[in-house]
Design a protein. Sequence first.
Length: 210
Amino acid sequence: MNSPVHRVVLRPNQSWLELDWRGIVQYSDLLVELVLRDFTAKYKQTLLGPLWSIVSPLLTTIVFTLLFGRVIGVPTNGVPPLLFYLCSLLGWTYFANVMTATGQTLTTNARIFSKVYFPRLVPPLAVTISNLFSLAIQFAFFLIAYVYYRLGTTVGAHLAVGPWVLLLPVLILHMAVLGLGVGLILSALTAKYRDLTHVTAILTQLWMYA
């Protein structure tokens, strides 16, 4: 008699509730290593190192201040334009960095994926966490600017902090999940259509202005 034929059918989980969270916890050491790798690789062989986390948004803030404040004349309701745009770029910069980096995880980690098994969500999570370090540096610089305008200028009375600041961790979590989700969609598309690697930067810039 012929033995019965057994077939194994693999189907992807399409729900966040069915993710292998236990596997991610088991591979937490790998997650930590990838976080450190992503952060150090970003600033390796650069003169300013992590200071680029400040220089890049600062230059963008200056451009926005001159363009929207001086040329177009967009009102900021009494908030100094430099502080206004610097604050606005905090969340967007983090979201854009997570989305762009996550969109390339399948292509940049293809060799690792083919050699050893681990939850495929580990590299995108590592990118999301490593960008928190850059966000922390930018936020520290923003606090310095805020303290200067709050205590050292005449407009300081209009810069009082309200109770909504307590929701800041929720906002950061929202930006992280949104950037991770959009980035995962882009990573799946980029694995098949490599042209999206070049288009993503343009789409991100247009999305910001929109």
